[in-house]
Ligand binder design. Structure first.
Ligand code: SAH
Length: 349
């Protein structure tokens, strides 16, 4: 099978081409065609010798996944169900902010983390996404944005799947996204969200790239967290806290805690106080992003009332804990993580 060049970091492509007897410079040239000029046809790469173009045509390809379903929200959000060569389908979402276009990509086909409130886990993990499939989601969205004179400026690895359960591919993808010869998206514009796989958190802190880390906390203590997140049993707070502290020491970066507001479950003033203590007592360098819950039909959880969310946020702010409430997108489409996919894929099983 042809190897998809969208799966190569510049370092790996250089190594590959040098192995084929080419000069070190060749990989940079090809990167320029793909990411700079958006040319995917080897024949059009005119500064590359005819002989080497033939070699490329025989063994390699530059191919994007397909759009299976597209939903456009009145607020500018676009949600795609993206279909890979083998028929696997994943969700990709574009959210237009005033500061740029943020894409939320999936890291796996399905998810095994089993969070009780999440639609993604309704369908178990089938496989990891390859690097070229992660990149394909971004380039596909760029193709849709190009006629509008826009392109993806921010990347969140926050869609279906657990990025640290597909660690190496996610890191290679980020390297390409961040590479000045490829997408040139600043590390601070890239965020990876994990449910809390501690070995991944520690490793990520040592990568030496200034990418952001978001941790799906969702509860201020082990008891509540374990009720909704099975991962909290494998990695309870006494493992998670040292991992987060090590990450902060190594990376020097501020963490984001994601906290879904679930009615009468984790949205009380007592929970807010516990969360304040959790952050302060453990000296965690973090801010809290409160997330309005997107209700999922198959799940028993309900979203917190707006006034509850506001009161929770105010309590944190008053205590000196930085906190924002996430802007909501796509209210009129299947916006919740995994909703579109579980409808389309699950419905036919
Ligand atoms: N596995 C990773 C990334 C995918 S989930 C993680 O757990 O962080 C991305 C974020 O969306 C997580 O914070 C997750 O808890 C949250 N999420 C899942 N379902 C949601 C829903 N229905 N409404 C709002 N947020 C949801």
């Amino acid at each position: 099978m042809a190897k998809n060049l969208l799966g190569y970091t510049l370092a790996k492509l250089t190594e590959e081409f040098v192995g084929l007897g080419q000069s070190k410079f060749r990989a940079k040239q090809v990167f320029g065609w793909i990411y700079g000029k958006k040319i995917f046809d080897f024949d059009a790469m005119t500064d590359i010798s005819k002989e080497f173009r033939e070699v490329l045509k025989r063994g390699y390809c530059i191919a994007l996944p397909k759009i299976h379903t597209r939903q456009d929200s009145s607020d500018g959000t676009t949600k795609l169900l993206v279909e890979m060569e083998d028929g696997a389908k994943v969700e990709t979402v574009l959210m237009p902010y005033n500061y740029g276009d943020a894409i939320c990509i999936s890291s796996q086909v399905g998810c095994n983390m089993g969070c009780a409130f999440c639609a993604s886990g309704l369908l178990k993990k089938e496989r990891n996404l390859e690097v070229y499939e992660l990149m394909g989601q971004v380039l596909l969205m760029n193709e849709l944005l190009a006629p509008l004179g826009r392109h993806v400026t921010h990347i969140d690895v926050m869609g279906t799947g657990e990025p640290f359960d597909n660690y190496d591919n996610v890191i290679d993808f980020i390297k390409i996204a961040n590479d000045p010869f490829a997408l040139a998206i600043g590390a601070r514009h890239i965020t990876v969200s994990t449910c809390g796989l501690c070995p991944g958190i520690i490793k990520y802190g040592k990568e030496g790239i200034q990418i952001n880390l978001a941790l799906s906390l969702h509860a201020p203590n082990d008891k509540l967290r374990q009720e909704i997140m099975p991962v909290a049993k494998a990695y309870p707070f006494d493992k998670l806290i040292p991992a987060l502290q090590e990450y902060s020491r190594d990376s020097g970066r501020r963490l984001t805690f994601e906290y879904i507001m679930l009615r009468d479950f984790n949205d009380t003033p007592e929970c807010a106080d516990e969360l304040i203590h959790f952050i302060r007592d453990n000296e965690l360098f973090a801010y809290v992003n409160l997330i309005p819950y997107n209700e999922v039909k198959e799940k028993p959880y309900r979203r917190s009332e707006k006034s509850r969310v506001r009161a929770f946020a105010d309590r944190l702010l008053k205590a000196g804990v930085n906190c924002t409430v996430r802007k909501e997108f796509g209210g009129d489409i299947d916006a919740a993580c995994g909703q579109l996919r579980s409808k389309q894929v699950g419905g036919r099983k």
